[in-house]
Design a protein. Sequence first.
Lengths: 110, 118
Amino acid sequence: TQLLEQSPQFLSIQEGENLTVYCNSSSVFSSLQWYRQEPGEGPVLLVTVVTGGEVKKLKRLTFQFGDARKDSSLHITAAQPGDTGLYLCAGDSNTGKLIFGQGTTLQVKP
Amino acid sequence: GAGVSQSPSNKVTEKGKDVELRCDPISGHTALYWYRQRLGQGLEFLIYFQGNSAPDKSGLPSDRFSAERTGESVSTLTIQRTQQEDSAVYLCASSLFTSGRATYNEQFFGPGTRLTVL
């Protein structure tokens, strides 16, 4: 059974701080996606990383895919209250189903 | 609209009643998924439809849960004899993923149906 361990589960920080969320697995994925979900809404895709070692930046968000394509991280620089939400990683093994991590609830206080 | 839509947005029902949740995927998306999300938790996979193939029902928690999809369009998730433990947000997603093709399974989610069983 493929599992994707996401940590931390909950993060509460002050505006302006940096943070990193991790997703780890013993399985290799063909690609990995990061989603963000705000209260009352469905998850929205932020990025897809495909190549081992790949780094993608989306404004203050930096996504990295591990060299072995088993793990990924999301780093937020100078977090803002608008970054508050649930962050989900999802691994794709081309089976038709995504393997989702448990999610990281981020609260950024002004 | 261009996105995934779900109805109703909220459903309150009494224990033991049947409920039907609807999902309209993005036009042209061959794959459709149903997930359950309990408060503050991640996504629990329920069922996956891919074109005309037999659906992957491996995530359905009991035989009270069933789902249908008409071709590559609308899907309905039915929960019979609802229990309080069924209370959750039910999310639908669609994607362009096609088995055997080099497509990323980037999923587009609807806003969900919040089900409350009293």
